[in-house]
Design a protein around this ligand. Structure first.
Ligand code: CO
Length: 234
């Protein structure tokens, strides 16, 4: 445990400082969480959601993976999204990328890095969508930074394409999805001016209608506040 001793020491002083400033601090947090935001960001150790946003424990629900991807078969990301939207009733989802993202840089090239290449393949799919714009850029760093921005925009759409977000909108739950990018070099967040708060902004093929069969509606198990129960026998 010697290797981790410094972390335990840090933790002890942090917890003591919190209690010194606010004796009720942990008792209150243990009572529950009511975060207003869901942050979907990169795993990069230099992009910690709470510090960047100036928020304390309890104020932001967080999901991080390499290159802040929202993949429609990723049960971890989808579970975070479902819990955040349907149970915590989060009103703002922030997808945040960052300049100088190693995952995005790797996806721009052809060198293999192992299993992770299969994850980064999703970024290559974004590249393909914007190939003419990206191929026209001669500076590889500028191209990767632009791809980081475009990747955020596509992941914002991926969040909106889920049944989770579309059902929330169908039930009138206020929910906005925002795209931001963070500069490692200056510590600042930039708004990519992509904000989606209704299915109207989505391409038609991705819009889905919430279906509640009459039998399911009559069963009393359909509670909009907790999502939708689909009656598959109807
Ligand atoms: Co990154």
């Amino acid at each position: 445990m010697a290797e981790l001793q410094k972390l335990f020491d840090n933790n002890k002083s942090w917890a003591a400082a919190q209690v010194a400033a606010d004796p009720d601090y942990f008792r209150r947090l243990a009572g529950g969480q009511t975060p207003k935001y869901l942050w979907i960001g990169c795993s990069d150790s230099r992009v910690p959601a709470n510090q960047i946003l100036g928020l304390s424990p309890g104020e932001v629900f967080v999901h991080r993976n390499v290159a802040n991807l929202v993949i429609h078969t990723d049960i971890s990301c989808l579970s975070v999204l479902q819990f955040a939207v349907e149970v915590l009733k989060i009103e703002h989802i922030i997808v945040c990328g960052h300049y100088g993202c190693g995952g995005v840089h790797a996806a721009c090239g052809s060198r293999q890095f192992g299993l992770i290449d299969n994850w980064l393949r999703n970024i290559k799919d974004v590249y393909r969508l914007y190939r003419s714009e990206l191929d026209a850029m001669s500076d590889p760093n500028a191209r990767a930074d632009r791809l980081s921005e475009l990747n955020v925009i596509e992941q914002v759409k991926n969040v909106c394409h889920t049944t989770i977000v579309q059902n929330a909108w169908a039930f009138g739950q206020p929910l906005s999805v925002h795209g931001l990018i963070y500069g490692l070099h200056d510590g600042l967040l930039r708004d990519l001016a992509v904000r989606i708060d209704s299915p109207d902004a989505l391409e038609a093929i991705y819009r889905t209608r919430t279906h509640v069969s009459p039998r399911a509606a009559a069963s009393g198990f359909v509670r909009p506040a907790n999502g939708v129960v689909l009656d598959l026998e109807a």
